[in-house]
Write a protein that binds this ligand. Sequence first.
Ligand code: NAP
Length: 206
Amino acid sequence: MKIALFGAGGNVGSALAPALEAAGHDVVDGREGVEGCEAAVDFTRPDSVEGNVERCLAAGVPVVIGTTGFDAAAVDARARETGVPCFHAPNFSVGAALMMRFAEEASRSFPQAVIVELHHETKRDAPSGTAKATAERMGTAPAIHSVRLPGLVAHQEVVFGGPGETLTIRHDTTSREAFVPGVLLALEKISELPPGLTVGLDALSG
Ligand code: NAP
C-alpha cells in the first residue's frame, strides 16, 4: 500500500518508516503530499493533526492517527462529513491495550485507584492519551499523575487500593517498535471501518 507518513523524522516516525517498508508498504513523506496514497499515518503534534487530516480527507485518504491530545470530536465530525474512515489508538502497543483491559476489570473490585504515567521529557501533552483512555474505561475517576524525565520512553502504572491490599498493573514501552504491529493492523483494517473516527485497538479485533 502507498502510505503518506506525517512525522517521519520524529521518535515514532523514524522507527515506523522502515518497519512499514519492511512490511511491504511504499512510504512517502506526508509533507510532500498525499495524492495517490491509499492511507496516511500521523505521528506528529496535537496542533498539527487537524491540518494533516484535512489534507487527507480532501483527497479521500483514510488516516491512522497515533498523535495524542488532538480534538477527536472535530476530526470525527469532518471525517463523517467527507465520508472517509479514520482511526486513532491512544496507544498502539499490545501490552498497553491489555493493561487498559485489565485495569477496567480490576476497577470493578477496587474503586479507589491512581494512575501514574511516565514519559520522556519532550512529550508535549499531559496527562497522556493512554492515561486518559484508561481512566475513561475504569469509570471511577482515578487521579492521574504525570512524570516527565530523560531516560524514559512510555510507562504507566495503575495502582488499586483496598482494605489491607494493593494491586499494581504496570506497562513499560522500552522501544518504539512496540507500536508497529498495532499500526500495521490499523492499516489493514481501516478501509473496512465506517466514515468518521473509530477509537481503540479493541475496535479492530472483531
Ligand atoms: P516527536 O519526536 O516530536 O516527532 C514529531 C514529528 O512530527 C517531528 O519530526 C515533527 O517535525 C513532525 N511534524 C510536526 N508537525 C508536522 C506536520 N504538520 N506535518 C508533518 N510532520 C510534522 O514526537 P513522537 O515522540 O514521535 O510522538 C509523536 C506523537 O505520537 C505524540 O503526540 C505522541 O504523544 C504520540 N505517540 C502516540 C503513540 C501511540 O501509540 N498512539 C505512541 C507514541 C507516541 P519537525 O520537528 O520538523 O516539525
